[in-house]
Every structure is written in C-alpha cells, then in structure tokens.
Design a protein around this ligand. Structure first.
Ligand code: ATP
Ligand code: ZN
Length: 304
C-alpha cells in the first residue's frame, strides 16, 4: 500500500489523524460512527477503508496541516491550535492559505492561555509590554500581541514551556491549558485565553474537483448527523394535559415534542429529543411538574 501519491486525480479520500495521542481515539470513534471501517497496514501507518473508499493516514498531529497543503492527504483531524498556528506561519511567510477548518468536532477541548507568575497583580495585556513570553505558538501569540498593541519578546520553545519562568528564560508564558493543574504546579496562573481550541476537521480551501468531492460531502453529512446528536437523548414520558406547560418549561433544550393522547384520558404520551444532559435532578424536576413514566433513551444517529 503506497501512501506517497499526490492528490491529483485520486478516487479515494485520504484523511490524516493523529497516530498516538489525545485525538487518536476520539477521531477514530467519530469516523467509525460515520460508517467507516478499515483494514490496518502492518506498519500501522495506513488504514485502508473497507466500507467506503476513505483511507486513514496515522501521523503526528503537527504534520497534518502540511500533509493537506502538500496534497498527500485530503482532510485531517487536528487541534484548532495546531491548524491556526501553521496557517499563521504560512501567512507570515507570505504563502497563500491552502487549508482551513471545515468543522468543529466537539472533543479535544483546551485553551491557549497567557499565564503569569502567581505573585503578579494582573491588570491586563499592557502589563506584558517589554516582557519575555515563552511559547510553542509564536504565530498566534504574535498576532494576538499585535491586536493588543503590546510589544513583548517572544521566546520560542519546543516543549516544557511552563517551567520557563522558573528557569529564568521568560517572565510569562502562552501555552495550552485544560485543567490548570500543570500551571499551578509551576506557580503560574492563567490570566486570559487567546484561543479556545478543540479538534477540527481540516480540509483544503479549494474544493475537490473530482470524485473526492462527493465522498467528502457524504462524510460531512454523516459526521454532522453524529455531531448534532452527540449529547442528545430521546426522552419518553407521559403527562396530564394541564401539566404540559410546566413540564415543557423544564425542557428548553428539546426539539418540539411528538405527542399523542392516551386513549380515553386527559393524559398525553410524548417523545422529545433533548440536546442537554438528562440528569437525575432534571428527571426528578420533571416528575414534580407532573411527568410520569420517564424514560431516557440513547440516540445513535440521525438523518434529517
Ligand atoms: P504528537 O506525537 O502527535 O505530536 P502531541 O504530544 O503533540 O502528539 P497531544 O498531547 O496528544 O499531542 O495533543 C494533541 C492535541 O490535543 C493538542 O494539539 C490540543 O489540540 C489537544 N489538547 C486537548 N487538551 C490538551 C491539553 N491539556 N494539553 C495539550 N493538548 C491538549
Ligand atoms: Zn504534536
């Protein structure tokens, strides 16, 4: 199985995903729930699509935008942070934009944040003027500083950014944060986010001019179907007709419910697709409002 052909005239779609890391499993799970299945190559770099002509290339996340730019891959699942950083790098070098975000995928959430020593009395971005800021995201930091009108020195590091202030390499940092525990362990505090990131489906700026366009459309439609109902549940219940307004008030995240009268009574049987979490607390509130026989069902896929 060769992986090094160019994009021109390909009749299969090739998607790059992270080989090992935070985005690998959720990316595979999402693509599998869109109906894809694969046979893995012995070197575990390539997965040959069996159910559809859609193959996977397993790579480092940082390589994904470049693989799309070079036409080695058609699409990729990558953090917005990585995609924007490399887009910024191309723009800075005067190169045209060739890839962009096609869809936000709802997993791999994190923030690219400015963090300063805990002892600082944070007043705002102007406080960074003349300071050294360590980061692995120089392009996004530079763009943000420019918008803020702040001049600071950017110290580009390849990793372990959070220890830079303790080592005296920098005064502040700009790094990915999810829980903040790593920052606290290094006596730093996040003060503002310059980007909210999550995994995205990245693709070319220009449309595909061949059969890959149809494949990509099909995949997007299916992915949208999965994403739209990702946290959704189908709620089945009964309610006396007069309690309905109070009950429905507790379901602001529900699609308009389907309802029918239970024969010979003032009771209605309802089903509603709810997009928010259906906790015990909510069910108990619904019961107090008059709902009965509440049942929460998982929703696997949806075709509007
Ligand atoms: P690779 O070997 O593929 O280069 P990596 O070490 O760069 O792996 P991971 O740590 O798996 O990558 O992170 C991949 C992506 O996960 C990040 O680019 C980011 O979009 C997202 N992410 C979510 N939460 C975090 C976090 N707490 N720290 C770092 N990245 C996170
Ligand atoms: Zn990486």
């Amino acid at each position: 199985m060769t992986t090094a052909t160019t994009s021109a005239g390909r009749d299969r779609l090739r998607i790059a995903i992270q080989k090992n890391g935070r985005l690998s499993e959720p990316a595979r799970a999402l693509l599998a729930s869109a109906g894809l299945s694969w046979r893995e190559s012995r070197d575990k770099l390539f997965c040959y699509g069996e159910s559809l002509p859609v193959d996977l290339l397993l790579v480092r996340d940082d390589d994904i935008p470049g693989l799309i730019a070079d036409g080695v891959c058609d699409l990729g699942v990558v953090g917005r942070n990585v995609l924007l950083e490399q887009a910024g790098e191309r723009a800075e070098a005067g190169k045209p934009a060739v890839f962009r975000e096609w869809r936000a995928l709802g997993f791999g959430g994190c923030r690219l944040s400015i963090a300063v020593p805990e002892g600082w009395d944070w007043q705002g971005p102007a406080q960074l003027a003349g300071k050294r800021i360590a980061t692995t995201y120089p392009n996004q930091l530079r763009a943000w500083l420019r918008v803020q009108g702040v001049e600071a020195e950017i110290v580009v590091l390849n990793g372990s950014v959070e220890i830079a202030p303790r080592l005296g390499q920098a005064d502040a940092i700009c790094d990915l944060v999810s829980s903040g525990a790593t920052l606290a362990a290094n006596q730093l505090k996040p003060v503002l986010d310059i980007l909210r990131s999550e995994a995205v489906l990245a693709g070319p700026v220009a449309p595909f001019g061949d059969v890959r366009a149809e494949l990509a459309d099909l995949l997007l439609r299916r992915m949208d179907g999965v994403l739209r109902i990702r946290d959704s549940k189908l709620l089945l219940f009964q309610s006396p007709r007069e309690a309905l307004p109070q009950v429905l008030q507790l379901l602001p995240d529900a699609e308009p419910p389907t309802m029918c009268a239970v024969d010979g009574s003032e009771t209605l049987a309802l089903q509603a697709l709810c997009h928010g979490a259906m906790t015990w607390q909510r069910l108990e509130d619904l019961k107090r409002a008059g709902a009965r026989g509440l049942m929460v069902l998982p929703v696997e896929r949806m075709l509007a």
